[in-house]
Design a protein around this ligand. Sequence first.
Ligand code: COA
Length: 330
Amino acid sequence: MEVKRAKITAVGHYLPEHRMTNHDLEKLVDTNDEWIRTRTGIEERRILKDPDKATAFMGTEAAKEVLENRGISAEEIDLIILATVTPDYFFPATACLVQKNIGAKNAFAFDLSAACSGFLYALSTGSMYIESGRAQKVLVIGTDKMSSILNYEDRSTCILFGDGAGAVLLEESDDETGLIDQKHYVEGDSDCALYQPAGGSLNPATPETVEKGLHYLKQDGRAVFKKATMGMADVSLEIMKINNLDPEDVAWLVPHQANLRIIDATARRMGVSSEKVMVNINKYGNTTAGTIPLCLYDWQEKLNYGDNLILAAFGGGFTWGAIYLKWGTK
Ligand code: COA
């Protein structure tokens, strides 16, 4: 039986206009531009200020741009998979809101929660629907309004994240380009090194949970840093080895943008030189599920047909993984 392959045929994005610089953060917490830049590589991040807009809005805008770039109508979409940890509501799924907003009346839609690895998990899942022939056009969206769960009095976390969304369209490839391999891992974070303590069924919202700040993201930065560095570097090298790729075969590393030092360590481990690494953390910070599609969006003009891309991510869960794909749009 001939195996179908899924490829990315269009990319879209949304970034809020408001830029929060490191100097802006100096006014909120005891930090400074030099510390943030040298420890993380971040110079500024985007913040969605409008209180009436959130994750679904950004995902919708990114999805609309995908449809426009591909020149198709929303009615042609079969499936929407939306990765996020900051859904508009616990339910209905944010993917359902996007489905309504864009008018994808023939699609089914669901959210997928894998934190910073969410986009890669969603891309892998979407590719299965194309490969099996059960869907022809799948929208994969990564969108997060991280500012909605950040404590702007906690300098160890509020400096790291920003808001934004990216999206891609998956369709069947008619040649050797497309998603070739994927490798994903999980190690349950029983120590809660990266999590949002309250708001779920274990600690539902009460005046006390609000007072204690338990609805904000909490992180043991050092522990996550160690795990992320190892996880992203190991899985990226592993997927290269399995697919017999030498460093010179890799045209681009597309890493999750959590910390420039983690990105550099991953590239070093792969033997890939820095000019082949997509980095936009300086402009957007960590947008969680948004980072990888935002890189693809920013770099799309530089991508050549047949380029080998390694996409790699690490996130809360812990979740991590890598995807090997051959770029398939001309
Ligand atoms: N400004 C100034 N100082 C800060 C600071 C800030 N924004 N945040 C923390 N510090 C201080 C700490 O209090 C600590 O002070 P101390 O030595 O007096 O205790 C010192 O800086 C070093 O803290 P540490 O946490 O060891 O720094 P670090 O080099 O590990 O960098 C992170 C902190 C958060 C940038 C880094 O650990 C990291 O990137 N972790 C992974 C984050 C991540 O990827 N999360 C998402 C998962 S994908």
